[in-house]
Design a binder for this molecule. Structure first.
Ligand SMILES: *Cc1c(COP(=O)(O)O)cnc(C)c1O
Length: 363
């Protein structure tokens, strides 16, 4: 049934997982997104039959027909979330239903079937349970979880596919960036236009952003900042992170959700935490020329990027065709950024109370 809100899972996990010793070696220096746990979740969809055949099975390459729709027309969406090891050696997820809800919205935009929220979260729980030993325990470390869906019909005609695979894989990760402020390239390329897919978490958005990212690297920058596609004036977001500005009056601003920006769960959480800290927060458009002026005048004190992977990362410098702007001293993490970052991490790691019920215990 399409409307099934839960599915039975068949558990056939990896019979020869890596040894505890090999795993310990991998966890000593996991990097980001290069090593994966012993298992994965696969759930199939077929038009008329709905979601079925949910399995926890060994992590392994897929066999895809070369005419498989996703390989040609990029009908693909994904999510990014993390499992954390808590001080009491439990394992938790952070706002997993928010990821499930966003995944359903992305699916609708890409004309894909929605995975019921409960099935999405249960799939994540199943993988975390079976691969619990892969959740690293040091501060800044976590198990990065990647749910995704691909069009799996063998057909070269252009139409929404009739078959899909929903999968969940996981990768132990260390810190993404440090606390050192990064430089950001203000790109002439656009990431998303009104009416496009900017609000959907789809692989195609990333494919379109890679040339800008490459250009940024060429200019000595770690990340790209995209402006709006209509006026090329308003700051939107980074390639994979939302952005916040901190001003000399202590207030914060972040670009509003107008349909071309990804609705970050970190962004939403930080808005809530900032308001709880008594800060004034505005969701309002901010022009790139104003950023250059405010950086020069000293009105702009701190800038940071945020997202699940990097959590909260300070930005020290903007470079672009219109010149350079240095934020604050151009290095280190500012006090407002640092306080928000610690508040978020404390809730995620279970070292602070969770007044918003964001944390879901898995084990
Ligand atoms: C995933 C993503 C973010 C951050 O979202 P979180 O839910 O905070 O991880 C921001 N921008 C883009 C383009 C993204 O893909």
């Amino acid at each position: 049934m399409d409307s099934a809100t839960s599915l039975p899972f068949t558990l056939s996990p990896n019979a020869s997982p890596v040894t505890a010793q090999q795993r310990a070696q991998i966890l000593a220096n996991p990097g980001f997104g290069r090593v994966f746990t012993d298992n994965m979740v696969v759930i199939r969809y077929q038009e008329g039959r709905g979601w079925h055949d949910a399995r926890v099975q060994p992590f392994a390459p897929l066999a895809l027909n070369p005419a498989c729709a996703v390989l040609h027309y990029a009908q693909e969406i994904f999510e990014g979330m993390k499992a954390y090891r808590t001080a009491e050696s439990g394992i938790t997820l952070f706002r997993p239903y928010a990821n499930a809800a966003r995944f359903a919205k992305s699916a609708a935009r890409l004309a894909m079937p929605e995975v019921p929220e409960e099935v999405f979260v249960e799939a994540v729980r199943q993988l975390v349970r079976v691969d619990h030993a892969w959740v690293p325990g040091k501060p800044d470390e976590s198990l990065y979880i990647r749910p995704f869906m691909i069009a799996n019909e063998t057909f070269l005609g252009v139409k929404p596919a009739s078959e899909y695979l929903f999968m969940v894989i996981a990768s132990p990760v260390g810190a993404y960036f440090g606390e050192e402020a990064v430089s950001v390239w203000v790109s002439d390329f656009c990431r998303a236009a009104p009416g496009g897919t900017g609000e959907a978490k789809c692989g195609g958005n990333y494919a379109a952003s890679l040339l800008a990212q490459q250009e940024a690297k060429g200019h000595g920058c770690a990340q790209v900042l995209f402006l709006d596609a209509v006026e090329r004036r308003w700051i939107e977001e980074m390639g994979g992170m939302n952005v916040f500005f901190v001003f000399d009056d202590g207030s914060l601003a972040t670009p509003p959700l107008t349909g071309t920006i990804l609705r970050g769960i970190t962004r939403d959480s930080l808005l809530t935490l900032a308001r709880a800290q008594g800060l004034t927060v505005r969701e309002e458009p901010y022009a790139i020329d104003q950023l250059y002026a405010d950086a020069a005048s000293g009105r702009l004190k701190e800038v940071f990027a945020c997202g699940t992977a990097a959590v909260v990362s300070p930005i020290g410098r903007f470079r672009g065709p219109k010149g350079d702007a240095v934020v604050g001293k151009g290095q280190g993490i500012g006090p407002v950024t640092a306080k928000l970052r610690s508040a978020l991490i404390a809730i995620q790691r279970g070292t602070a109370p969770d007044p918003h019920n964001w944390v879901e215990k898995v084990i």
